[in-house]
Design a binder for this molecule. Structure first.
Ligand code: SAM
Ligand code: SF4
Ligand code: SF4
Length: 378
């Protein structure tokens, strides 16, 4: 198992070693990367820890009891995160997603949400602040999260069948508690709620239709995510990916579905609405989403940056290295210097891994030197 740990550690060291350029700021609203993509969406990982061991994300054999998580001092403080978020917003970001690891494990997360929700976009609007969670602590925390200013949540849930779910989270966590968390989020007004289901062929593909039936008409959008080759520890294999096109066919055998327009540029999900008796989309029945990160690349509109728990900025989910913003923060750099560095990093961005995946050599496709999803967030 030692050979599996090496790439993860190397990736973090490489990230720390990457030099960060400093330069002047572009005019507000004009920042673009080398492929003309703006910076709109910042995903902030608030912890590298998790109480689940989903086999596709934090397999037990790698993330065991002796796994070295980041020490507290390495983590960005809430003040540091808020400062960076403000600078990213000044460069065009208007959506923040808190993630991890499991973000609800970060102590006092409500305090961070309070600080972030006081920020405004470049045109003075409140931010779209959301959070992706495994739902295990949601029943306890939903009310406080809402009160702190969180707008909505995305809950990950891979099966309604208790036995399948317990096997996939690999810590024997019961599905009923996640469902109770979703209900608590709904009752607290954290809306709209989305549910993410990672589909692995041969593991939970038989749960596609039961999940669709369960969430149809509930006001909750269920999104099916293709099992991705993120990180270097999950032993990803293409034959365990169920392509969205095949998944859609299975859904269409039971439900009438109509394609819906993208809700925003850079939106990762392809949306399909349930048709009512008149053959048109019935909003009361709701919609599903297909996130085809493997079979249908959506890099062309990708406007997301990711901030790791220790303040590295990553330009792609599949990046092997990040840029060290924490060194700037703790080295006494001014707001202008840090914003200039972020702008320069974004202007140099050319990442489009999903578009290139098929043409990459096999060792770069799966298990190459890459950062883990639990470190960088989804
Ligand atoms: N712990 C939280 C959760 O599970 O929602 C937030 C972090 S988790 C890394 C974010 C999202 O990434 C989850 O929806 C999870 O299902 C998804 N994810 C993790 N590993 C994945 C993989 N190999 N392929 C596709 N999605 C994955
Ligand atoms: Fe934890 Fe989320 Fe990864 Fe599952 S997907 S191990 S809940 S971080
Ligand atoms: Fe964005 Fe990278 Fe995913 Fe392409 S592969 S959509 S660039 S995160």
């Amino acid at each position: 198992m030692g050979e599996q740990i090496i790439p993860l550690v190397d990736a973090r060291q490489r990230a720390l070693a990457t030099p960060t350029p400093l330069q002047a700021l572009p005019a507000p609203g004009t920042l673009r990367d080398t492929r003309g993509r703006p910076l709109r969406d910042l995903r902030i990982s608030v912890t590298d820890r998790c109480n689940f061991r989903c086999t596709y994300c934090m397999p037990k054999e790698v993330f065991g009891s002796d796994y070295q998580y980041l020490p507290q001092a390495a983590l960005l403080s809430f003040e540091e995160i808020t400062r960076l978020a403000r600078l990213f917003i000044g460069l065009g970001v208007h959506k923040l997603r808190l993630t991890g690891g499991e973000p609800l494990l970060r102590k006092g997360i409500e305090g961070l949400i309070e600080q972030l929700s006081a920020l405004r976009t470049l045109d003075g609007q409140p931010l779209d602040i959301t959070l992706t969670t495994n739902g295990s602590l949601l029943a306890r925390k939903a009310k406080a999260l809402k009160a702190a200013g969180l707008k909505r949540v995305t809950v990950s849930l891979d099966s309604l069948q208790d036995e399948v779910f317990r096997r996939m989270n690999d810590v024997d966590f019961p599905v009923a508690e996640v469902l109770a968390g979703i209900e608590a989020a709904r009752a607290a007004g954290l809306a709209p709620i989305k549910v993410n289901m990672v589909v692995k062929r041969g593991t939970n593909e038989h749960e596609i239709l039961p999940m669709a039936r369960h969430f149809r008409g509930s006001g909750i959008a269920l999104r099916f995510i293709e099992y991705m080759d993120v990180g270097a520890t999950n032993r990803w294999r293409m034959d365990e990916v169920l392509p969205s096109s095949e998944l859609l066919k299975r859904l269409q055998a039971e439900f009438a579905l109509l394609p819906l327009a993208h809700s925003a540029v850079g939106e990762t999900a392809e949306r399909w609405g349930y048709a009512g008796a008149d053959g048109r989309h019935d909003p009361a029945l709701g919609e599903i989403g297909l996130i085809s990160s493997v079979t249908r690349a959506f890099c062309g509109d990708c406007n997301r940056a990711r901030l790791s728990t220790e303040g590295q900025v990553y330009l792609c989910l599949f990046a092997g290295a990040g840029y060290d913003l924490r060194a700037l923060l703790r080295g006494g750099a001014s707001d202008e210097q840090i914003a200039g560095a972020i702008a320069a990093i974004w202007q140099g961005r050319s990442d489009r891994y999903s578009e290139l995946r098929a043409s990459l050599p096999p060792d770069a496709q799966a298990g190459g030197r890459r950062i883990e999803m639990s470190y960088i967030g989804g």
